[in-house]
Design a protein around this ligand. Structure first.
Ligand SMILES: [Zn+2]
Length: 609
């Protein structure tokens, strides 16, 4: 449990620095005990889930407790990149007051050997310490709890060295411990698999010093392992893209996780070309060519699942920039139940895809998860008696249940052409990657008219606009009204991290801005992620869909045939009980699945009427 006098001392520091006001100080002192209990319960649940441990001891630090309140700064400016009085801010201030150095923990600059060999995993975790540097007579140790002088003395005795503590964030220390000891375990596993001992990765900078005369080679074992480490790290954090960006003095490794880029590592500048060469080598690209953009791909596996990686390089001012897109079948193809539908809409959508003929349209902007919906739908209906054909540009994921064809514009194999060929292949279900021209639109309707189930995507903001768009593409309204089974519009929003979710309130103004009925005169209780190790402090983990599911009822069909404007069609659908994207978001907000900010960002382009 937290130490009350220390908690008060840190709060006083923050008041002195004008980061919080006295009322907030009192708030933490009054509500701290409850808040700490919540944090512990969450951590225990998390550890049980992750590690299968039944008995877990987790103690909440004073800094962690204060940070979990996510205070906006009172009068002082926050350090750059911080949005609230965070663990980083508080740790820095405490370190200052105790006249300790504050260090950011940077995974790639840590000495792997030192970290894993100085202390055993459990010891390091219990005392929240990590070995950062070593000289013949001094060991520099990152600590999260600077008051624990016993452990420093113990380490000094044991190592027979002076120990110099520097302060670091608790979450960063625990994360590094988990990663490095985990890395060590996987290295051992890899070594066993290859039947030989792989050398330790050491520290890339140290390695450079040893080899400073020669440029590092892409086949050097530490480079091979660094790339392997970056890839696995990306898979583990469910990243969709990996960026390696050369800067003047170093290279940034950034990962796109749940739609947002995070800087994960900084590579020493000298190592970057070797790391890039290694990636290019894996993707069978020309390593010697560094001035021309290149594309390539390769496959690897993670958790026994094949993962496809597409690599592209472009020359930039400070070297080659590499982007690796990760095609994770676990993301692209899921059970429909996991896509974030509520029960009613799942039932309706299931009815769409189990129709034997007709047209289903999925709409939304790029990055709204349409491909996942298509693949997951096809997977849901696939059986050995059905011939499912897909036309894609490009094929995002290869799946043996489908007969997949890639559109190749360069040789004249466009959508229109492809549909004509596919229809001669006796398909039951045809997936068309995207309808974007009149020819494709008309062939899609033709295919649906001739007894096939056709599923495709369009680029429109909401479900009813898809109808207008199809008519704009030259489809006759009487044909569209007779083949259209249903339309869904969708968006992706980030889900609140379950490991650090905490109660939160939205103001009356915010509630009214979203259009929540009956919000006048009151705040509404919602949830927010306070940020933890599992979500890299973002408060979010993975994503979920918002859906507007519009079945084509006889009345709507008649409206389409009459060429009614899309607002009228929408109104009719709403009368039938359709939820708008915004409604869907509000429902998810109420259930503590996502946040106010996410819904606002995902649905601000949608006409509310
Ligand atoms: Zn979290």
């Amino acid at each position: 449990m937290t130490n009350p006098s220390r908690l008060a001392w840190i709060l006083d520091l923050l008041v002195q620095h004008k980061l919080i006001h006295k009322g907030q100080r009192t708030d933490v002192l009054n509500r701290g005990r409850d808040q700490a209990r919540h944090i512990v319960l969450d951590k225990r649940a998390e550890m049980r889930r992750l590690l299968g441990k039944q008995r877990v001891n987790y103690s909440v630090s004073e800094i962690e407790l204060i940070a979990s309140f996510r205070f906006d700064p009172f009068e002082a400016e926050l350090p750059e990149g911080e949005t609230h009085v965070s663990e980083r801010t508080i740790t820095g201030i405490v370190a200052d007051a105790l006249e300790l150095e504050f260090r950011e923990i940077d995974a790639l600059r840590l000495n792997y050997k030192l970290v894993t060999e100085a202390f055993g995993g459990p010891f390091a975790e219990r005392h929240m310490i990590i070995a950062l540097d070593e000289t013949p007579d001094e060991l520099i140790v990152g600590v999260a709890d600077p008051w624990n002088s016993d452990v420093i003395a113990q380490v000094a005795r044991f190592k027979n060295k002076t120990v110099r503590p520097v302060m670091a964030m608790k979450s960063a220390i625990l994360q590094a411990i988990a990663e490095f000891h985990g890395f060590r375990r996987s290295m051992k596993a890899a070594a066993k698999e290859f039947g030989s001992d792989l050398p330790d990765i050491g520290n890339l900078e140290q390695l450079y010093k040893l080899q400073s005369i020669h440029e590092l080679d892409a086949t050097d074992q530490p480079v091979v392992q660094a790339v392997w480490y970056i890839l696995n790290y990306a898979f583990e954090h469910r990243a969709s893209d990996i960026h390696i960006e050369p800067k003047r003095d170093e290279a940034n490794v950034r990962l796109r996780i749940d739609g947002v880029l995070h800087t994960i590592h900084k590579l020493p500048k000298v190592v970057q070309p070797a790391v890039v060469s290694r990636v290019k080598m894996l993707a069978r690209m020309d390593i010697a060519e560094r001035r021309r953009p290149q594309d390539g791909r390769f496959k690897t596996s993670y958790n026994n699942q094949e993962v496809e990686l597409r690599v592209s390089t472009v020359p930039c001012a400070f070297g080659e920039k590499v982007v690796v897109r990760v095609f994770d079948p676990g993301v692209l193809l899921q059970d429909l139940e996991n896509l974030g539908f509520f029960r009613q809409e799942l039932l309706t959508f299931n009815n769409f895809i189990h129709a034997s003929t007709g047209l289903i349209l999925v709409t939304g902007p790029t990055g709204s998860g349409k491909t996942t919906t298509l693949y997951s739908s096809l997977h849901a209906i696939a059986n050995p008696r059905l011939n499912i054909c897909t036309l894609e540009d490009p094929i995002e994921m290869v799946h043996e249940e489908f007969n997949q064809m890639a559109i190749q514009k360069a040789i004249g194999f466009d959508y229109g052409n492809a549909i004509r060929h596919v229809l001669r292949q006796d398909p039951d279900v045809v997936m068309i990657g995207e309808i974007r021209d009149p020819e494709t639109a008309q062939y899609a309707v033709q295919a649906a008219l001739t007894g096939h189930l056709v599923i495709s995507t369009l680029h429109t903001n909401d479900a009813s606009s898809a109808i207008t768009r199809m008519l704009d593409l030259g489809v006759y309204s009487y044909l569209l009204s007779s083949v259209l089974v249903g339309v869904i519009a969708q968006r992706l929003v980030r889900k609140i991290c379950p490991h650090c979710a905490a109660p939160d309130w939205i103001s009356e103004e915010q509630a009214l801005a979203l259009g929540i009925p009956g919000a006048e005169g009151r705040k509404l209780m919602v949830k927010t992620g306070t940020g933890c190790v599992r979500c890299r402090g973002t408060g979010y983990r993975s994503r979920t869909g918002l859906y507007e599911v519009m079945p084509i009822t006889p009345r709507i069909s008649r409206l389409i045939q009459e060429g009614a404007p899309s607002q009228d069609i929408k109104k009719e659908a709403l009368n039938d009980g359709m939820l708008t994207l915004r409604d869907y978001g509000i429902k998810k907000l109420g259930r503590g699945i996502t946040t106010y900010e996410e819904i606002l960002a995902a649905t601000d382009d949608v006409n509310l009427y």
